[in-house]
Design a protein around this ligand. Structure first.
Ligand SMILES: *Cc1c(COP(=O)(O)O)cnc(C)c1O
Length: 399
C-alpha cells in the first residue's frame, strides 16, 4: 500500500486527526494568508533557484554522509552512517528552514521577521538567515533564558538582530511565545512569524517540513551511491520533529526502510522530568495545533525536561503523531545518561562532537546496530554539532 504522503497535510492542515488550526478566526485569516503566499511563492522558479543556491554556496549543501567505522565497531553489528548536518553553516539543520522562512518573508515584501527562542538555537539560525537575506529580525526571549544562554544572545546581537527581553510570567520560552505573537499581531500584513520546528498552526508544520526535506532527498541518493542500496534503518532525534521529518520524508514510501524517531527520556519515563511527548503523551491542543502533548489532568502543558534544551518541548509535530498511529514510524527514547555516553563515544572515537540532541539518536543507533547485526545499514541524522554543549558536559562529567 503506497500511502499518499506527499498529499499531506490536507487543505485544513490535518495529518489524519492531528495539526490543523486551533486558533481564533482572526488569526486563522492571517495563517491562511501565509499559506496562500507560501504556495504561490514557493512554486516559482525564482524562489526555488534562490533557495537552492543558498543551500549550496552559503550552507555548504549537500552535507556529506560519513561511515562511522569506529562507532560501528564499538556498537558491534550493523554499519552506522551519519548524515552530517553538523557541518552546515551555523552548525545544525535549523538553518535549512530559517533560510526558507526568511527568503519567503522577503519575497512576500514583509519588513520584519519575528520569533521566540528558548535556548537560542532557533534565534541564532534565524538571525543569520535574516542578516543574509536583508530583513529585520526581532527575537523575543525570556529574561531567565537570556542569562542562561549568554553566548547565543551575543551572537544574535552581533548578527544585527533586535532582542526583546520578556519579563512576564516564568520569564522563559512559553512567555516569549506569547510576547512575540502579540507583537506579530500588531501588524501581520508587514511582519512575518517564523516558527522553529514542524509545530504550530497550519501552514507551519508543512512549510518547515518542506524546507527540511532537502536532508532526506540528499541522504537517500548519497547512501545508495555509497552502499548500493537503501538503508535498513533511518533514525533521528525528535524535539518538535523538524530534523526527523526532514530525513524521513524521502523514505516514507520505501516500505522496507524502518524509520525510528528518538525522544528524550531525561531522568526517566517514570519521573516527571522528560520530554517524551509521543511515547508518554495524550492527545490534546497546544500552540494552535492538535498533537500528542505532555499535559496534566486539566489539559495544561506539563513542565518538560531534557539534558538537550532543543528537545524539551511539551508538544510534537502533527505529522509525527499521524505516522506513529499508522505504524509507519517507531518512536523510542534515550535518557540523559545514554545521551552523554553516546556524546563522549562519538567525540573520542571519531573526533566528532555531536549536539546533545543528536546524541540521543546516536545512542539508539548503536543499540539497534547490535540488535539487527552485521550486514545491515543504519543512517543517523546528526542534526547538529556540540560546540554549544561542551561547557555543560565538562561540568556534568567533572572534566
Ligand atoms: C533544535 C534542535 C533539535 C530539535 O528540533 P527538531 O525540530 O526536533 O529537529 C535537534 N537537534 C539540534 C542540533 C537542534 O538544534
Amino acid at each position: 500500500m503506497a500511502l499518499e504522503f506527499s498529499a499531506m497535510p490536507d487543505k485544513e492542515g490535518y495529518f489524519g486527526e492531528y495539526g490543523g488550526q486551533q486558533i481564533p478566526p482572526e488569526l486563522k485569516a492571517v495563517m491562511d494568508d501565509i499559506s496562500a503566499a507560501y504556495e504561490r511563492v514557493t512554486s516559482t522558479e525564482d524562489f526555488q533557484a534562490d533557495l537552492a543556491n543558498l543551500y549550496t554556496d552559503y550552507v555548504g549543501r549537500p552535507s556529506p554522509i560519513y561511515f562511522a567505522k569506529k562507532i560501528t565497531e564499538k556498537a558491534g553489528g550493523a554499519n552506522i552512517y551519519l548524515k552530517r548536518e553538523d557541518l552546515n553553516h551555523t552548525g545544525a539543520h535549523k538553518i535549512n528552514h530559517c533560510l526558507g522562512e526568511a527568503l519567503l518573508a522577503k519575497y512576500m515584501g514583509k519588513t520584519k521577521v519575528l520569533a521566540e527562542t528558548g535556548a537560542g538555537q532557533h534565534g541564532v539560525a534565524l538571525a543569520t538567515a535574516c542578516a543574509l537575506v536583508g530583513i529585520d529580525c526581532e527575537i523575543h526571549m525570556g529574561e531567565v533564558d537570556i542569562v542562561k544562554e549568554h553566548p547565543n544572545v551575543t551572537k544574535m546581537k552581533i548578527l544585527g538582530c533586535r532582542i526583546v527581553p520578556v519579563s512576564r510570567g516564568t520569564k522563559t520560552l512559553k512567555d516569549a511565545v506569547d510576547s512575540a505573537f502579540e507583537e506579530y499581531l500588531r501588524d501581520p500584513d508587514n511582519f512575518m512569524y517564523a516558527i522553529g520546528s514542524v509545530v504550530g498552526p497550519h501552514p507551519f508544520p508543512k512549510m518547515v517540513r518542506d524546507f527540511q526535506s532537502v536532508v532526506g532527498r540528499e541522504a537517500r541518493q548519497q547512501i545508495q551511491e555509497k552502499t548500493g542500496r537503501l538503508p535498513d534503518v533511518v533514525t533521528a532525534c525528535v524535539g518538535g520533529g523538524s530534523n526527523a521529518i526532514g530525513i524521513f520524508t524521502a523514505f516514507l514510501n520505501d516500505e522496507d526502510v524502518e524509520l525510528v524517531g528518538v525522544e528524550p527520556a531525561g531522568h526517566g519515563l517514570n519521573t516527571n522530568e522528560h520530554a517524551a511527548t509521543i511515547t508518554a503523551g495524550k492527545k490534546g491542543t497546544i500552540h494552535g495545533f492538535k498533537c500528542y502533548n505532555l499535559q496534566d489532568d486539566k489539559g495544561n502543558p506539563l513542565p518538560v525536561y531534557s539534558i538537550a534544551s532543543g528537545l524539551d518541548y511539551p508538544g510534537v509535530g502533527p505529522q509525527h503523531c499521524y505516522l506513529k498511529d499508522i505504524g509507519r514510524v517507531r518512536y523510542e527514547t534515550a535518557d540523559d545518561e545514554q545521551c552523554l555516553e553516546a556524546f563522549m563515544q562519538l567525540s573520542h572515537l571519531e573526533g566528532i562532537i555531536p549536539a546533545l540532541e543528536s546524541a540521543h539518536a546516536l545512542h539508539f543507533a548503536m543499540q539497534e546496530a547490535a540488535r539487527i547485526g552485521k550486514g545491515k545499514n543504519i543512517l543517523v541524522n546528526l542534526s547538529g554539532r556540540g560546540d554549544k554543549d561542551v561547557d555543560f558536559v565538562a561540568e556534568k562529567l567533572n572534566l
